[in-house]
Design a protein around this ligand. Sequence first.
Ligand code: PMV
Length: 329
Amino acid sequence: MPAITASAPGKIILFGEHAVVYGRPAIAVPVSQVQARATVMANPAGAPGQMRIQAPDVRLDANLDSLPPQHPIGTAVHLVLQALGISRLPACTLRITSTIPVAAGLGSGAAVSVATIRAVAGSLGRKLPPQQVSALAYEVEKLHHGTPSGIDNTVITYAMPVYFVRPPEGSPSIETFPVPAPFTLVIGDTGVHSPTAVAVSDLRKAWQMDPDYFELLFDHAGQLALAARRLIEAGEPLDLGPLMDENHAILRRMGVSSPELDRLVAAARAAGALGAKLSGGGRGGNMIALVEPGSAAQVAQALIQAGAKGTLVTQVGGGPGAGSQEGRR
Ligand code: PMV
């Protein structure tokens, strides 16, 4: 068995988080300079049929069959075996490493799933089509989030900007799209851990109390996502700033921002960002700011001064990892 490695990028949501759960479009983009990697290699010393799983970042070193049934990595492996109709693995080791910050809205769970699914299938001599990789990763996402829209596993599987609409039932509509003029984002981490499932469930309760109010907010966010896609495709990404500001205002009204996020968003704008918003589940996690490439360092520094625990500068379009820089407090 040759060693097989697969990797998958992080991601951020550019427009439309939360509204996407209610069927409105959203845009997500890969963040290629952070990656999850999974390698499957033969383990000649291992018992036949046994897979050893080593994920030092989360201090995991265990046999596959000793993991609890809902374990995300174990589930990803079992889903691949089931999909391929394979009941017994050769003795092997699955090693997982990741540079994607955990629980920060950068898609670390989905990236680990996608890399694991591809590496395990590859080690068995099979290449799964992207739709199937994404569908299996979605099953694992359900363990983390309950009712995820599916946007994370999609953007991470395709590793391209996606315009995503979740229909009421059936498979989502996914369109990847080109970015003719690359643009630069600064990502700022509040350092506040906030599970997406809690923000999603609180918003659902609020929506149930006043559906008309929230449906209007969702419509507005969806319109912004569509307008943003048109600007990106037209090669005018620097005009996205006001749309990001507007989307942040809507997310505040949805009740998913936080004082820390608002502070970082304001600091980015004051330091010259063209627009800024929270990204992902909210209440904590990350915010993003659109910047002219020349002002990325100054905006990143302003974010650190305003309390960000880390920043990441990423370029959307123009090739993986282009223009990457990282800073931590
Ligand atoms: O917190 P993240 O980056 O995984 O994003 C969640 C996005 C939501 O729209 C809030 C939920 C979802 O499932 O789409």
